[in-house]
Design a protein around this ligand. Structure first.
Ligand SMILES: Nc1nc2c(ncn2[C@@H]2O[C@H](COP(=O)(O)OP(=O)(O)OP(=O)(O)O)[C@@H](O)[C@H]2O)c(=O)[nH]1
Ligand SMILES: [Mg+2]
Length: 325
């Protein structure tokens, strides 16, 4: 197959159009039009300040899906306006290489044109036969914090992000990434909900929410240091009681949003990744732990597919559930 001729990449050429090698062509970029034309889709939208662990959640989830064999995954190569978009598989390959070395993924670049979408189909390989199709976005927290109004500054989101939220055929699972190093988390999350209510009527009905406590070791230290709303400090682990105490103390408006959500079970979970060591000033994941990410993924899967992965009736009946514990 010959390369198509591209004329616009390096300006006009008086001698006629040139062939441009694949590696020098402009990257296909997701456009507002692409997003507005989407006919359907389930989106995981991780939401939080820069550095709150949004990419880390998605990186951990993808490496869990790749490393464990409970799911067979397919990464989509969508046909966008500019041609086939290979960015999804390229990002996952990078994350997989970083995973092998225990390195965390890089911070997401902050321009609107840096927003990326990755679409996955995950099929169970054992237990109940289920599959889920969903996408997630790689967006910098710099762009998300624009939903907070200030004196003389209206809340806003970039047109590409608005295009997702405006498309009534799409459904969302929003995960609030609650990192212990930002006091203003509550302001960000509560203002996001106000912004959605005001700007996208009906969207909350197409949305599920979850709260993930990233960096759980530091979160527990913070709860022990400052105490819960009643002054209690003697928490020894970040169990459900401690997570709720943490939310009530440090994110009271988010707690009310979470506890009043008109859905049976909005997620609340810490995300412990495993053993982290600082090597030459850089954090490295030396030993990984998939327990939390697996529970988070099962919950996500249930939001997307309507059913939770697990053993079949017969496997439960005969006690053959080891793989799912
Ligand atoms: N100790 C610890 N560090 C973590 C954990 N999760 C993330 N980090 C660190 O936090 C850094 C930032 O995390 P990211 O996932 O890139 O944050 P982000 O929300 O995607 O940030 P932006 O893309 O800038 O919006 C990582 O590179 C890690 O160094 C965790 O569970 N424990
Ligand atoms: Mg990021």
């Amino acid at each position: 197959m010959t390369d198509p001729i591209i004329t616009h990449a390096f300006g006009t050429d008086p001698e006629g159009p040139k062939r441009i090698p694949l590696r020098l062509r402009p990257k296909p970029v997701l456009t507002v039009e692409d997003v507005a034309n989407k006919k359907k889709g389930h989106y995981l939208f991780s939401f939080g300040y820069p550095g709150s662990g949004k990419t880390t959640l998605q990186w951990m989830m993808m490496n869990y899906l790749i490393s464990k064999t409970k799911f067979d995954i397919d990464i989509a190569i969508p046909d966008n306006k500019e041609g086939p978009d290979w960015e999804g598989p390229a990002i996952i390959n990078d994350w997989n290489k970083q995973w092998i070395e225990g390195r965390f993924p890089e911070r997401t670049p902050a321009a609107e044109s840096d927003i990326r979408e990755i679409e996955i189909t995950a099929q169970t390989t054992s237990g109940k036969k289920l599959d889920a199709n969903f996408s997630f976005l790689e967006v910098s927290g710099e762009l998300l914090q624009q939903v907070v109004p200030a004196k003389g500054v209206m809340p806003d989101l970039k047109p590409l992000l608005r295009a997702y939220l405006e498309n009534q055929r799409l459904k969302f699972v929003v995960i609030f990434m609650l990192s212990p190093d930002r006091e203003e988390n509550d302001i960000l999350f509560a203002n996001f909900i106000s912004y959605v209510k005001k700007s996208f009527p009906g969207l909350l009905d197409r949305m599920s929410i979850g709260v993930v406590l990233s960096k759980p070791e530091e979160s527990l230290c913070r709860l022990r240091e400052f105490g819960d709303a009643t002054g209690r400090t003697g928490f020894t682990k970040l169990n459900t009681e401690a997570q709720i105490a943490y939310l009530k103390k440090f994110c009271p408006r988010t707690y009310n949003i979470w506890s009043g959500w008109p859905e049976k079970k909005p997620l609340l979970s810490p995300l412990y990744l495993g053993e982290i060591e600082i090597i030459e000033g850089e954090p490295r994941l030396m030993e990984f732990d998939f327990h939390h990410i697996e529970q988070i993924f099962f919950w996500l899967f249930e939001q997307f597919a309507g059913k939770r992965p697990g053993p079949t009736f017969w496997q439960r009946f005969t006690g053959w559930t080891k793989e799912w514990q």
